[in-house]
Structure formats: C-alpha cells, structure tokens
Design a protein around this ligand. Structure first.
Ligand code: UD1
Length: 448
C-alpha cells in the first residue's frame, strides 16, 4: 500500500446521458419475469471484499449503475475488480494504494460511504467524502461516524471530507444507535470484523440484506452473529480470507413487479423471488385485494380483481424491517390510486419520499401531501398519460408503474435514475407485454 499521490482531487462530474421512457399504458401484463440480485446487498458485499487481500467472488450481482459506480470507485482505490461474466464480479484488494473516496464517488452514489468501515478497519485510515455535501440533515451520516468513534477511531470533518484514522487497530466496543439505520449497522459491523475485541451493535437493522452481509462475512472467516433480532455481536479477527457468495434476490424489484401486475389487471409470475422477505408488503397486497401466492422460489400475482370486485383503500406506514419497506412505499402509493376510498400513507423513515407524488398527481391522481411524512390518496383515479420527470430511483420505477396503469402515452424524463437500481427494466417490462421504449432525450420516438 503506498500513498504517493498528493491529496488533490479535481471534481469532474460525469455527464449524465439524459434519457426518456415512453410508455403506452392500459395493457395487462402477463408472463414470467426473473428477479435480479439485490442492489442493497450487492453494494455492501463489494465493499466487504476490501476487508481481505484474498480474492472474493460474487455471483447474481445485478448489472445496474450503482454497481458500476461502486466497482469504479474500488478500481480507483487500486482494488482489482474483474467482471468475467454477466452478474459475476471478482474482487482482489491485495494492493489498495489510495485511501481516498472522492466527492465524485459520493455524488454518484450515497452508498459509497459504506467503504468507511472496511477501509478504516483494514488500513487504519481513510479520507471519505460526505455524501450529503452541504445538504446536512437531508442525508446525514452522523450515525456511521459515531459508530466508528465508538470503535476508537478519530474522525475530523473538513471541507466536505471525513478524515478518519485508527492507528493500530480499531477496538471492539458498544455501538448504540438512537434508532435503526441499515447502512449504519453495516458500516459498524464491517469495521468491527477486524477490530480488536468484542463489539455489540444495538439496535441493529434486521433487513435481509444485512443478514446476507453477515453470511458473506462468516464465509470470510469473520466471527459475526445476530444474537437477538435487534443485536449483532462481532468478535474481531486479525485477518479475513477470500470467499464466494451468491447475492440474495431483490425484494424491492420483486415488489415493483407485483404492483405492475396489480395496476394493469395482469397476471404474472416472478421467478427467483424472495417471498419470505416480503411479509408486510404481501399483507398489504392482501388488504388491498391483490392476489399474491408464494411458491418455493416464485410469486404469482393476480391483478384481475381490479376489473371485477375492485381494490380497497388501505392505510400504510413504512417502518424498518420487518415492517413495510420505505423503498416499496412509492410503488404501493401507485396501487392505492387504483383502490376505492381514501388511503393514508405514512412515510416514517425519510422526509423526501412523498415529493414525487406531485408528478403522479399530474397524471390525474387525487393525492394530497399533508406534510413531508403524510399523504392521502382518494381513489380510484383514472390516470392519463402526460409528461413527467423522475427525481430519484424509487420515484422513477413508480412513475413507470403509473404510466403502465394510465390511458395513453406517458413521457418520463430522467430515465437514468431508474438504471441505478433496476437491471434491464424496460426489457423485463417488454417481455411482459408492456409498450415501453427508452431513447436519448430529444431523439426520434421508436415504439417497442
Ligand atoms: C438503506 C437503503 C435504502 C433504504 C433505507 C431504509 C442501501 C444502499 N440503501 O439506506 O434503499 O431506503 O436503508 O430502509 O442499503 N439517518 C441519520 N443518520 C445517519 C444515517 C441515517 O439520521 O447517519 C436517518 C436517515 O435520514 C433515515 C433513517 O436514519 O431517516 C434511516 O436511514 P438508513 O436506514 O440509515 O438508510 P440507509 O442505510 O442510508
């Protein structure tokens, strides 16, 4: 490991290729759709691979922009990342030469902050950009930073960067979070695997992606275990070894396709779908009246009630796992525009996840946002195609769902956001009989 390059970084944000989706709505979807590997697991597994100099192999990694961003960030650090086949990545972090995660990486993807724990723990120092930039409060990482300090790190914040050091090794300790944080839990756990002594993390997030990370770390030789539902304990090891791991399926992508069948009155089968990770969501579907049945590795969705008995309004509230995932709140809100009666939506985790509803309102949804955490939806609404703009990943997928449910053509600007987290989304919808195309902004329309 060398640190020869001076501390200097010029910020050249990558030009984003502006793309639009065009969706011709009103067609019931039918057929089978394969579910990809989970984004929120894959990103952390890639980061975890830097805890060892030995080679790690990950399969079922989704081919999405966030994975590309993470692998590029790793390569910039000097990590060797091979991509021998689709969905397969091999990572060798023997010769990490550059313990600096620049603003460019953080600007592309907030999850780059997950590199704090592993790099600090293995190499004793790292300089990492604050993914929130100046927008403090909006995307805080204070829980991550406090967790590292609880493990003995010194962290200073200057000019948008955290300068973290841990001479010698981190020390195991008590990491107490004021509330549950998924990546906060993961960062603490990654750091603790190479710390000296015992660490207790509480309350620890219970998301399936956290358990997937635990399984991978165990394969790497880490002593890490969930000892109670909300508690993770780690006994630090001096070194970890390489490991092979298959990424769990993406429950958020699965939920998105469940809603796609539901709002188009279609019938589809999800293959490789994680029914066991979707309990609260499937309960919600049952209350609304969407037919969902789970097989061993499949989920069958029957949305035909939309045309017969109709769907029922339903109050929903997001919560940490095993509650209803905040990432499935926007798709669920689209479903509720098709339900009879007044539904109340309580977004309890984030304060900016209802903003996108202004776009679906432009399509004819009767939505009222009461405050950053509460909205009402009075349905059923006859949605009509129009021009809408995607602001972020989950809003993007949900606007596609609204467009599939709408009459006429919807032009959805900002399509690149969706590719951050959904693998081949338009191909998958095309295979289910949707009419959707993606073109560069301003290009001639070719319908497919
Ligand atoms: C992860 C997921 C994201 C999901 C979210 C909640 C990844 C890459 N992303 O995000 O898709 O929507 O869990 O399930 O896995 N908070 C603080 N300080 C912190 C960290 C978080 O105040 O240092 C707050 C957040 O603003 C939020 C709450 O804690 O209100 C929970 O966020 P958290 O669980 O940390 O979300 P992420 O791990 O960032």
């Amino acid at each position: 490991m060398a640190d020869a390059r001076p501390f200097h970084w010029e910020f050249h944000p990558e030009p984003v290729v502006r793309e639009v989706f065009r969706v011709e709505g009103g067609r019931p979807l039918s057929g089978t759709v394969p579910i990809s590997g989970a984004k929120n697991a894959a990103l952390k597994l890639l980061a975890a691979a830097t805890l060892t100099g030995e080679r790690c192999r990950l399969t079922n990694v989704p081919e999405i922009e966030d994975v590309r961003a993470m692998t590029e960030t790793l390569r910039d650090l000097g990590v060797v990342v091979d991509h021998p086949a689709d969905n397969v990545y091999e990572i060798a972090s023997g010769d990490v030469e550059w313990l600096f995660v620049p603003l460019e990486a953080a600007a592309r993807m907030r999850a780059s902050f997950i590199l704090l724990g592993p790099l600090l723990s293995r190499f004793g120092r790292v300089i990492i950009s604050n993914p929130g930039g100046d927008r403090i409060g909006r995307r805080p990482v204070d829980l991550h930073v406090d967790a590292m300090r609880a493990l003995g790190a010194s962290i200073e914040y200057r000019n948008g960067y955290y300068f973290a050091t841990a001479p010698g090794r981190l020390r195991g300790g008590e990491v107490r979070f004021p509330f549950v944080s998924v990546m906060g839990t993961e960062n603490a756990m990654l750091a603790a695997t190479l710390a000296e002594g015992h660490t207790v993390i509480r309350p620890a997030a219970q998301e399936p992606e956290v358990d997937d990370l635990i399984a991978f770390l165990q394969q790497m030789g880490a002593e890490v275990e969930r000892t109670f539902p909300d508690t993770i304990e780690v006994e630090g090891r001096k070194r970890l070894r390489g490991a092979d791991h298959r990424v769990i399926p993406d429950r958020i992508e699965a939920g998105t396709f469940v809603i796609a069948a539901a709002v188009t009155g279609g019938r589809i089968r999800l293959e490789g779908a994680p029914c066991e990770h979707l309990g609260s969501f499937i309960d919600t579907m049952g209350r609304v009246g969407v037919g969902v049945s789970c097989g061993k590795d499949t989920i069958d969705v029957d949305g035909t009630a939309i045309g017969s008995s109709g769907y029922r309004a339903c109050d929903v509230e997001t919560a940490p796992y095993p509650g209803l995932a905040t990432d499935l709140q926007p798709p669920t809100a689209v479903l509720l525009t098709q339900a009879t009666g007044v539904s109340r939506v309580h977004e309890a985790i984030f304060e900016d996840r209802l903003e996108w509803l202004s776009e679906v309102r432009r399509m004819g949804a009767n939505v009222e946002v009461l405050d950053p955490h509460h909205a009402t939806i009075s349905g059923p609404n006859h949605l009509l195609g129009t021009e809408v703009e995607i602001g972020d990943l989950r809003a993007g997928a949900s606007l596609i769902l609204a467009a599939l449910a709408a009459q006429g053509t919807t032009t959805i600007h900002g399509a690149h956001h969706v590719h951050r987290g959904y693998e081949n989304i338009e191909r998958k919808f095309l295979d289910l009989g949707a009419s959707i195309s993606r073109t560069a902004e301003g290009a001639a329309v070719t319908n497919s």
